[in-house]
Write a protein that binds this ligand. Structure first.
Ligand code: BTN
Length: 251
């Protein structure tokens, strides 16, 4: 059911009303040898999140996967994921939303819970997949899930989701997607520029964090981020760099 979406974007854009997962579709396109394609869906019936979680993708969202073939080793791929988070944060800010980035790549909106305590509500998540050799990736798929014009009641409440429409009114998804793709395209051309851009929107820096990493738990103050997306945590005893993990803000 792919149709032309009429976007003036630096990628070929394939639009689906309903599809299991835009990342899975982008994977098929990668196997066909394609590059620089964006797959977009109004609804996903089998949306996937990080850590094998499900990703609720009702109609009205921006469910978007970008297939690229950068000439980089796998270790530099996190910069592309961060670039996507910056692109989404910028587009959301243009739409009037106070978007920030929680390390590594959740776009969140500050708010208060029923008790008046500060919380961060997730507007967007990113799932990056890649394949290739140790010295160079063959392809990278950056999947962005953005709760755009979605009814929060259609999303899992325990995830405390934010939506663009609830924050700033219904958005023009075509324009929004175009802005995300333009920003992503610009940042991917200059991956080193992603880090200062990311710092501008960071909510994690300066916070006390607990990061679940493949090598164990790291607790401390998040002091900086370094290329290609490594978090620097001051544990009190030492500075630890964390390449990947699930991050919780403690205060
Ligand atoms: C996360 O767990 O935070 C990442 C969520 C990523 C969801 C997006 S929606 C578009 C693309 N297709 C998928 O199946 N997942 C990603």
């Amino acid at each position: 059911d792919a149709v032309e979406y009429g976007l003036d974007a630096p990628f070929d854009v394939e639009f689906h009303d309903s599809i299991p997962s835009t990342n899975a579709r982008a994977r098929d396109l990668a196997d066909e040898g394609r590059a620089d394609v964006a797959v977009l869906a109004d609804e996903q019936t089998g949306g996937r999140g990080r850590l094998d979680r499900e990703w609720s993708s009702p109609s009205g969202g921006v469910w978007l996967s970008v297939l690229v073939r950068p000439d980089v080793p796998p270790a530099r791929v996190p910069a592309f994921t961060l670039a996507a988070a910056v692109a989404v944060a910028r587009a959301a800010r243009e739409a009037g939303v106070d978007a920030r980035i929680k390390w590594p790549n959740d776009v969140v909106v500050p708010g208060e819970d029923a008790q008046g305590d500060e919380i961060e509500r997730k507007l967007s998540g990113i799932l990056t997949e890649m394949e290739g050799e140790a010295d160079r990736v063959s392809w990278v798929i950056v999947g962005m899930g953005i709760n755009a014009n979605v009814d929060p009641d259609d999303l899992p409440s325990e995830a405390r989701p934010a939506t663009l429409s609830a924050e700033a009114g219904t958005v023009d998804r075509r324009l929004f997607t175009q802005r995300v793709l333009e920003e992503f395209d610009e940042l991917r051309g200059d991956p080193e520029s992603v880090i200062p851009a990311w710092r501008e929107y960071a909510t994690t820096l300066g916070k006390r964090v607990r990061v679940d990493t493949p090598g164990g738990e790291v607790v401390g103050d998040a002091v900086d981020i370094e290329f290609p997306g490594t978090l620097v945590v001051d544990t009190g005893d030492e500075r630890v760099t964390v390449a990947a993990g699930d991050c919780e803000h403690l205060r």
